[in-house]
Ligand binder design. Structure first.
Ligand SMILES: [Mg+2]
Length: 278
């Protein structure tokens, strides 16, 4: 996939000031969605790659001891295969239902067998919808099923999503998570808001920065407090305090934060980066 070039681009002054302020909060947690945030959206989920400049900026944050987590709706295997960012970045898949290292912190829904019948029923319904709407496709995850319509002509997507909603909403044990060009039927209470709160507790974070582009990221924005910073990427209603246009701007946010941290270390030799483990 061709990736957009990352040119110099000024951030809004209010956002830059908040990043400067948050760089002094310790520990600071940075959590981000993947698709549409670290990586431009693509029709083939397996071919999506993060912007190299974003990866470089995250590695700088990690080197400063900042805990960084990628919180995605993808299942963990899919996320781990495309989001190869480097050591020290915690991967959280399936909206917080699947956690990578350390395993002891995994949010467990204990008996996956209990979900199998519900997921199967949802999968059957989802496949019927996909069969009736060419271009729609079904993603099967451990505890959920997602109907994607991104590959369909844009004027046909709403009808396919409406059909999916109708087919899935009455299945006992299913909770619907609408996203951009996707409707997910999940069997667990996991959402990105719970995931961010878990990350906050794990890291003992004094402040959280969360960046997301999708409807499902709103659950995370809703859990942020006045001392945190939510950044919505792209268009759409949001609870986030700040908005930036695209993945390239995400790169500038991460780089600006790393620049502030670099300056702090340069100014004060007392501020030795001290790793906060996730
Ligand atoms: Mg996204």
């Amino acid at each position: 996939m061709t990736q957009p070039a990352v040119a110099n681009q000024a951030l809004p002054s209010s956002l830059s000031a908040r990043l400067h302020e948050l760089a002094h909060r310790h520990p600071l947690l940075v959590a981000l969605d993947f698709d549409g945030v670290l990586a431009p959206l693509g029709d083939d989920p397996a071919a999506v790659t993060p912007l190299p400049e974003a990866v470089a900026a995250i590695r700088r944050l990690v080197a400063h001891g900042i805990p960084v987590a990628v919180v995605s709706g993808r299942d963990l295997a899919s996320l781990s295969s495309v989001a190869q960012i480097g050591p020290g970045v915690l991967m959280v898949g399936s909206h917080g239902d699947e956690w990578a290292e350390p395993a002891r912190l995994e949010v467990s829904h204990a008996d996956l067998d209990a979900h199998v019948d519900v997921v199967h029923a949802a999968a059957v319904a989802a496949h019927r919808v996909a069969a009736a709407h060419p271009g729609a496709w079904v993603e099967l995850k451990r505890t959920s099923v997602a109907v994607h319509v991104r590959r369909m002509p844009s004027h046909l997507r709403a009808a396919a999503l409406a059909a999916a909603r109708q087919a899935l909403h009455g299945i006992p044990g299913v909770r619907l998570l609408p996203g951009t060009d996707v409707l997910e039927a999940t069997t667990t209470p996991a959402d990105k808001g719970v995931a961010v709160q878990t990350l906050r507790a794990m890291s003992g974070a004094a402040a959280v920065i969360f960046l997301g582009d999708d409807v499902t990221d709103e659950a995370a924005f809703a859990r942020l407090g006045p001392g945190d910073l939510g950044i919505k990427v792209g268009d759409g209603d949001t609870r986030a305090a700040e908005r930036i246009p695209d993945c390239i701007a995400v790169t500038h946010v991460l780089r600006t934060l790393a620049d502030h941290l670099d300056r702090d270390v340069g100014i004060s030799s007392e501020r030795t980066p001290e790793r906060t483990r996730l």
